[in-house]
Design a protein around this ligand. Structure first.
Ligand SMILES: [Mn+2]
Length: 419
């Protein structure tokens, strides 16, 4: 078998509307709307630059089942560019772009293989010889709850490198809908050499070899929880059938989260500087990409009290946004600042003092929340929920724990101030 190279991508979500960024300024909103298109363009360029033999895309090409004409034409144009460069592509559709969604009649150039609703093998030839076979299937409809992996057939020949192209939730990842659920064991006994997966947006390799089972992650982060570099895997297969892969970033707007510590800060203008330092760092890490970020103020110190005053956090947000609104590129858009700071009380030192707060602290009343207390506290706050109209979500254990922690610090602060 000749060696060859392919690119494994998934979850392009072309034409993603970025619904969460409602109050972003015009420039940011426009850039975000273009981001999934540009990331796809970067994927096409990567295949050409890396001299890939073919490209596999493991579902969710489009963000919506009712895919826009613009998205479809751009996708076709990208794949046509690859065909002109001698690069074939193999594509399946996932839960975001199932076969029963609206689509216009696009005619695909020869060399583009779009899989139908049942598993099918397609061969890839290099220099007149078949070197690889790709088996794939598209979601016929959005909600696929069958184990599709079990519908795949073993390869007809052991001499070909066999790729399984599948949009599925392997191992019940709770961050994504449990579509086409299956396990690493289901995939391992299949005779496939490389499972090119899609659906889980965070890059992860579930198995390194025999077979390789990998998610490349999406090509462009789409919301505040999809932080860090996004891209695709370039996979080299040698004549023995062994493969190794390298991740290449393709995203054009980077989502990040960062903490800003107030512990050593005395004045609000030094916090403003610390925030700008943080956004500078995020910009540098993103290597010339634009950044959308959420900042969380943490630590305990004298600024805690000032931050609690009305409008303080909003004013900081306005200040950092205007600092980045000079029109230059790349930019950083601070989407949100949250305040998780605590008062400047040294609990251990303070517990040693012989007064009411000291005694309270010493008795452990302000120590962190124990697991068995959560149930009791949930009971306490449940009144708030039962009295309201339906639809208000129940408090999670994390929320209850966070509120209790906040209440304790607030109590310590009041006692410290002699209130
Ligand atoms: Mn997806």
């Amino acid at each position: 078998m000749d060696s060859f190279r392919f690119v494994h991508a998934a979850d392009l979500h072309i034409d993603s509307p970025f619904a969460g960024v409602g109050d972003a300024d015009n420039r940011v909103a426009t850039r975000l709307r273009e981001a999934t298109y540009e990331a796809f363009q970067n994927l096409v360029d990567l295949c050409i630059k890396q001299n890939a033999d073919f490209l596999v895309i493991a579902g969710d090409v489009y963000d919506g089942a009712d895919r826009s004409v613009r998205a479809q034409l751009r996708f076709r144009d990208g794949l046509s560019k690859l065909v002109n460069a001698g690069i074939q592509s193999f594509v399946v559709h996932g839960n975001h772009d199932p076969l029963d969604g609206w689509q216009s009649s696009i005619s695909w150039p020869e060399g583009v293989h779009i899989f139908g609703p049942t598993p099918e093998w397609k061969n890839f030839e290099k220099n007149g010889k078949v070197v690889a076979a790709v088996q794939g299937m598209s979601y016929p409809t959005r909600e696929v709850t069958d184990n599709l992996a079990l519908q795949f057939s073993p390869p007809q020949s052991g001499n070909l490198f066999a790729i399984g192209l599948l949009h599925a939730n392997v191992g019940a990842n709770s961050a994504h809908p449990n579509y086409a659920p299956c396990t690493v064991e289901d995939l391992s006994g299949s005779g496939i050499d490389y499972w090119a997966l899609g659906h889980v947006h965070t890059r992860q390799t579930l198995k390194l070899a025999a077979p390789v089972i990998a998610y490349p992650g999406n090509t462009q982060g789409r919301h505040p929880n999809e932080t860090g570099a996004r891209g695709a895997l370039v996979v080299d297969v040698d004549p023995s059938g062994a493969s190794r892969s390298e991740f290449i970033t393709l995203d054009v707007v980077r989502w990040e989260r960062a903490d800003v510590d107030i512990s050593n800060l005395e004045a609000i203008d030094s916090l403003d500087s610390a925030i700008r330092q943080t956004t500078d760092n995020l910009s540098a890490q993103a290597e010339d990409r634009d950044v959308v970020c959420r900042l969380n103020l943490v630590g305990r110190g004298p600024l805690h009290e000032q931050l609690a005053s009305d409008g303080a956090v909003e004013d900081l947000l306005d200040a950092v946004r205007s600092a980045w609104s000079g029109g230059g590129s790349p930019w950083v858009w601070v989407e949100q600042i949250t305040d998780s700071t605590r008062p400047a009380i040294d609990i251990e030192a303070r517990a040693k003092q012989d007064d009411f707060l000291g005694a309270t602290l010493k008795r452990g009343l302000l120590s962190s929340v124990e697991a068995d207390e959560i149930d009791r506290l949930t009971e306490v706050v449940s009144d708030v929920y039962t009295g309201r109209r339906q639809g208000l979500p129940r408090a999670t254990d994390e929320q209850v724990s966070e509120w209790a922690e906040e209440a304790r610090w607030y109590l310590a602060e009041l006692l410290e101030q002699g209130k």
